[in-house]
Design a binder for this molecule. Sequence first.
Ligand SMILES: [Zn+2]
Length: 123
Amino acid sequence: MNVTELSETELKNLKDSLLFQKSSILNKSHEFKAEQSSISSVADEAEVASLDISNNISIHLHERDRTALYAIEKALGKIADGTYGQCESCGEVIGARRLQARPFTALCIECMEEQENHSNLFQ
Ligand SMILES: [Zn+2]
């Protein structure tokens, strides 16, 4: 079953783009970790421990990057299991143009607009 409007080639391009975004976030975190290695803070560790992110590399990422990384991982998982492009909220197919503009979006445009008051992420 294919829930997206995307062709196989378009889907592959989006996957490549997601993998590229993921690696640039991870590369950034390596640089950040190198800078911060001598001034690790206990408060930061405690805050990070409460976040459900399994990858240790993400510990020193900024909040926005952590959220993006999580969304990217989720999108890649959906591509793998064939549910990519389906709105998490209403189950409708997300338009190809929207996915190409925001490859790791989890919501269709209607649901995103509904949630705009609750979150400014990915705006
Ligand atoms: Zn929706």
